[in-house]
Design a protein around this ligand. Structure first.
Ligand code: ASP
Length: 302
């Protein structure tokens, strides 16, 4: 059963940003669903859906990303093909609007899984992945946020997700195509004011992204330092695989692990091999949308 699910981050999304988040995940879902409906691949659907949210300044991915402590935007992304278990990821890349497309190039065109910083950007040049100016990624909202953070004595990533009004707009998608292939991907600008070179969970296979055709696929969002420690995406896949959990229960199980073991906050989207969805989060809100062959209308909620 063809199915696709997207997220646009889990945090206390303020009322005046609800509509943008709703429209953003809706547009991303449509872009991916159009591809699946025409018989396209899950990988193409995931890349297209994430490209839409990387273009959308609403989200902390591509344009609109958070600014790091040094005043730069460094982006992370990963993608995984559940049929072959091939995976590609990039971390701490600058001046690239679509890091998910670069992650896919790492998967398709290199023998590696994860390239970082200057090496990843060198690979982008070789693969003719377009570069952009820093101004194409930076939006006024994030410049203002960055200036305001500089006036504070300390600001931690944990604080950013602890159920209060700090932001976390990472984007992700999981899709299942006609051939039974599940693909999963995640793209982010990380956390506000992060240390230069800091890498979160999003480009880490098993933490931010995971897919295996015989079980399902997952994309996560939230406090990366906590998500990495519980290997969140793979823990959810294992719960479906070994504990026979439904995707809904496995998603909830993952968020419980995150919260009880490492006091983490965030959200997850899950798709199992039958095209059934699971969503869980322990933040006040999460932007999410899904559709499959059996639904006349997509589900969209923030
Ligand atoms: N997980 C991302 C990170 O820690 C942030 C987010 O999901 O909003 O880099």
């Amino acid at each position: 059963m063809k199915s696709i699910i997207v997220h646009g981050g889990a945090w206390d999304i303020p009322d005046d940003m609800l509509e943008d988040h709703h429209n953003g995940v809706s547009n991303a879902l449509s872009a991916g669903w159009d591809i699946l409906k025409k018989g396209g691949s899950a990988l193409d659907a995931v890349e297209a859906a994430i490209n839409v949210m990387e273009d959308d300044p609403t989200f902390d991915a591509g344009r609109g990303s958070f600014v790091n402590m040094a005043g730069q935007i460094e982006l992370d992304a990963s993608i995984m093909d559940g049929r072959t278990m091939r995976a590609g990821a990039v971390a701490a890349v600058r001046n690239i609007l679509h890091p998910i497309t670069l992650a896919r190039a790492v998967m398709d065109k290199s023998e590696h899984v994860l390239l970082v910083s200057d090496g990843a950007m060198r690979f982008a040049r070789e693969q003719d992945i377009p570069f952009c100016g820093a101004d194409d990624l930076l939006v006024g909202r994030e410049f203002e946020r960055w200036k305001e953070i500089q006036t504070r004595p300390a600001y931690s990533g944990k604080e950013a997700f602890a159920g209060n009004t700090k932001p976390g707009d990472t984007v992700g998608c999981v899709a299942l195509d006609d051939e039974g292939t599940i693909a999963s991907g995640t793209s982010t600008g990380g956390t506000p004011n992060k240390y230069p070179g800091r890498v979160g969970d999003s480009p880490i296979i098993g933490s931010g992204t995971y897919a295996v055709n015989s079980v399902g696929g997952v994309s996560t969002t939230g406090w990366g330092e906590a998500i990495i420690k519980v290997v969140l995406a793979k823990s959810i896949i294992d719960a479906i695989d070994m504990l026979n959990m439904s995707p809904e229960d496995a998603a909830q199980h993952g968020i419980s692990l995150l919260h009880t073991r490492v006091e983490g906050y965030g959200g997850v989207i899950v798709l199992d091999r039958h095209g059934h969805f699971g969503i869980a989060y322990n933040t006040p809100r999460m932007a999410r949308a899904y559709v499959n062959d059996t639904m006349s209308e997509p589900f969209i909620s923030v």
